[in-house]
Design a protein. Structure first.
Length: 191
């Protein structure tokens, strides 16, 4: 009897610990926790950049400088109470800008530093005819900056989280704001 009980206990433990994993489309919308997730990042990035490139101010700025603006994406600060991978979100924003075809992208942050480091090494180790030259970087016309905030309302087992992403597109030369956009997502979670 003890052996049978022990065997049933092991079987129950094994069954309760088993898990199933399946592949799903990367653009499928799955929301398990109610927190900010990859679907939110992708949707907000795509919708905001679509609004940016369609804005009259952006079009007028492009016409004024007589070429596609060169954009660098700076920081998007996470001021929510959740851990949100800002770097992943910034990459989605950069991809949306690049894929829009409405602007050129200049490298920023850590990647720019890595390129500069490689250029420095080329000066010493590469054939002078093939080494990348200093002073040839394309300067950015505009910098995109932003922040994410959230407001949470809780009552018992119900929770509403209101996420607000605000982006600012600013001229590097004049500090004049070219575009200002906000996208909001509200989630209702009940247990």
């Amino acid at each position: 009897m003890i052996r049978l009980s022990f065997a049933l206990l092991i079987l129950l433990f094994y069954v309760s610990c088993s898990r199933s994993v399946s592949r799903v489309a990367v653009d499928s919308q799955i929301d398990l926790s109610g927190r900010w997730n990859d679907s939110d990042s992708r949707m907000v990035a795509e919708e905001m950049i679509k609004a940016l490139t369609a804005s009259e101010n952006f079009k007028a700025y492009s016409k004024e400088i007589n070429h596609k603006p060169v954009v660098i994406v700076g920081a998007v600060l996470n001021k929510t109470s959740e851990h949100i991978d800002a770097d992943n979100y910034i990459k989605k924003i950069e991809a949306a800008i690049f894929n829009s075809g409405a602007a050129e992208m200049a490298e920023g942050g850590d990647f720019r530093d890595k390129i500069r480091q490689e250029r420095t090494q080329q000066q010493e180790f590469s054939d002078p005819q093939t080494a990348a030259q200093w002073g040839k970087e394309t300067g950015a016309d505009l910098m995109l900056l932003g922040e994410m905030t959230s407001e949470t309302d809780v009552l018992g087992s119900k929770r509403v989280v209101h996420y607000i992403t605000t982006l600012f597109l600013t001229s590097m030369e004049t500090n004049k704001r070219i575009w200002y956009g906000q996208k909001e997502i509200k989630k209702y979670i009940k247990h």
